[in-house]
Design a protein around this ligand. Structure first.
Ligand code: F6P
Length: 547
């Protein structure tokens, strides 16, 4: 089935014509005209609630966007992904992360094999390993229980487990400290090593390929540090690996009995559900890790079964398409009003920008329109006191996803109501803005003179009409967190499908990796300035002089 040229589809042309009307819309008027807008434009699924009513859309916009999804064959492509078709064309692989969170009785065939069995066999090993470590049965080389876990990995082998362990820290075992080392900058590892005791530290080396420079160098250095205390024979008690590459794991010197495998059909940024989630099982316990998987699976079933008009990832993705391709927004800000979700924006950066930061379609021809916006953000209320000024009154319009839990995981009185009040007030302020007349009334009440009011007016007006989604859950817990991540995974897939790009490869990270290998040799060995442009050569010279 040949994909349609997006700009030539009937739905796209209709949306373009419709967009011209949107110039006239004021969100505050749309709310006044439609008292049930909130009810019409909100939905629940898998423990997550989405309010998309504060976007610059009306019911017709939604219908037209759904038409675009149908013309772009979203449903058959969704089914192909969930079925395990090899939709990652450039790497000739399936993208079957959903199989990692499916129940055991769900048979999923790939290349003549029921992958569900393989998945659950590894989950069983993760369960018994995490039980042994958490109970103190698994001991270090001097017989002491493990007190510190150091995860060494980068990208998907770091961001997922780090973000989730942080988000679920109120469910964590207090006597097991989690550390994450990702950066090749030795300051990262040396700082962590200075805090841990080799007798009671377990290193998890996580790498899908087990060839990633940063991870391998950090793992080698951690191994050398450990061997400054223990013996080679003790390594097995302190180093385990998570990878798809058993050969490289064995070469590194980790017993493959201490390796937790996953498979090439799991993309790095979709791997938190696999053995890459081992730090999570260690931190919060296997049963909670299973709840995390079940939460994601509930969102998968919602995505698979709900009609498009009540399908949360579909609506979230399509509204993003409207904002990006019709309203011209170049970035999306993620604002979790939950301190434990502070790493969620960074996690989404890899998920969305590595997946959809592409400029050619699946068939290699240039895309028809702009693809992934820049994803960025920070927790509320901190962001309010840093960059929200620009979001309210700057020249660019940045859609925002507000994310909050209705009940907190702490018992301090007063805090949560203040937090939620800020979250809801911000989305209201972005939507409503403040008109010149409203500002005048306020300033008059303050007793300001007419002339002064008029000179201050432009600075105090808020244009409003700025779009946002609000995503709520009752409580941030393993299940709702699983569903939240899966929501964004599927949103990313929906958008990639509309743009007709391969969400599952990442060739864009290769060039820098290759060049850095050459430059490293030139920093420490032979160097000829002629092999680079004069800026790069100049920088290399400076670094060589400083050595
Ligand atoms: O460089 C990008 C990337 O390939 C990511 O996609 C991946 O998550 C990360 O590197 C780490 O890769 P690995 O798990 O193979 O070490």
């Amino acid at each position: 089935m040949n994909p349609p040229v997006l700009t030539a589809t009937d739905a796209f042309k209709a949306l373009q014509a419709h967009r011209a009307q949107a110039n006239e819309w004021r969100l505050r008027d749309l709310f006044t005209e439609s008292p049930d807008r909130f009810v019409q434009m909100s939905l629940s699924g898998a423990g997550i609630f989405l309010d998309y009513s504060k976007n610059l859309i009306n019911c017709e916009t939604v219908q037209l966007l759904l038409g675009l999804a149908r013309e772009c064959n979203l449903e058959p492509q969704r089914d192909a992904m969930l079925r395990g078709d090899k939709i990652n064309l450039t790497e000739r692989r399936a993208a079957l992360h959903t199989a990692l969170r499916a129940p055991l009785d769900k048979t999923i065939w790939l290349d003549g094999r029921d992958v569900s069995r393989d998945v659950h066999a590894v989950l069983g090993r993760m369960r018994s390993f995490s039980l042994r470590v958490r109970s103190g049965q698994w001991t270090g080389y001097t017989g002491k229980a493990i007190t510190d876990i150091v995860n060494i990995g980068i990208g998907g082998s770091d961001l997922g487990p780090k973000m989730v362990c942080h988000a679920l820290r109120s469910f964590a075992q207090p006597n097991l400290a989690m550390h994450f080392v990702s950066n090749v900058d030795g300051h990262d590892l040396s700082n962590t090593l200075s805090k841990v005791n080799p007798e009671t530290t377990l290193f998890i080396v996580e790498s899908k390929t087990f060839t990633t420079t940063e991870t391998m160098l950090n793992a080698q250095s951690a191994r050398s540090w450990f061997l400054g205390h223990g013996e080679i024979a003790d390594l097995a008690k302190h180093f385990v690996a998570v990878s798809t590459n058993s050969e490289e794991v064995a070469k590194f010197g980790i017993d493959t009995d201490n390796m937790f495998p996953f498979w090439d059909w799991v993309g790095g940024r979709y791997s938190v559900w696999s053995a890459v989630g081992l730090p999570i099982a260690l931190s919060v316990g296997y049963d909670r890790f299973a709840e995390f998987l079940a939460g994601a699976n509930a969102m998968d079933e919602h995505f698979r079964n709900e009609p498009l008009e009540s399908n949360m990832p579909v609506l979230l993705g399509l509204i993003g398409i409207w904002n990006r391709n019709f309203l011209g927004c170049t970035s999306v800000s993620i604002a979790p009003y939950h301190f434990d979700l502070s790493m969620f924006p960074s996690y989404l950066q890899q998920l969305e920008m590595e997946s959809n930061g592409k400029r050619v379609k699946k068939n290699g021809s240039p895309v028809d329109m702009a693809t992934c916006p820049v994803i960025w953000g920070n927790v509320g209320t901190n962001g309010q006191h840093a960059y929200f000024q620009l979001l309210h009154q700057g020249t660019d319009i940045t859609p925002i996803d507000f994310i909050a839990a209705l009940t907190p995981n702490h018992s301090l009185p007063g805090h949560h109501a203040t937090l939620l009040a800020n979250c809801f007030a911000q989305s209201e302020a972005f939507m409503l803005g403040k008109t010149p007349d409203e500002v005048r009334v306020d300033l008059k009440v303050l007793g300001m003179a007419e002339k002064e009011i008029e000179s201050e007016l432009p600075h105090r007006v808020f244009p409003g009409n700025r779009p946002s989604n609000t995503i709520l859950m009752n409580q941030l817990n393993p299940s709702t967190l699983g569903a939240l991540i899966a929501l964004y995974e599927h949103k990313t897939f929906v958008q990639g499908t509309i743009w007709d790009i391969n969400c599952f490869d990442q060739w864009g990270v290769e060039l820098g990796k290759v060049l850095s290998r050459n430059i490293k040799q030139e920093l420490i060995g032979e160097f000829s300035a002629a092999s680079h442009d004069n800026s790069t050569s100049g920088l290399i010279e400076l670094a060589r002089l400083a050595r």
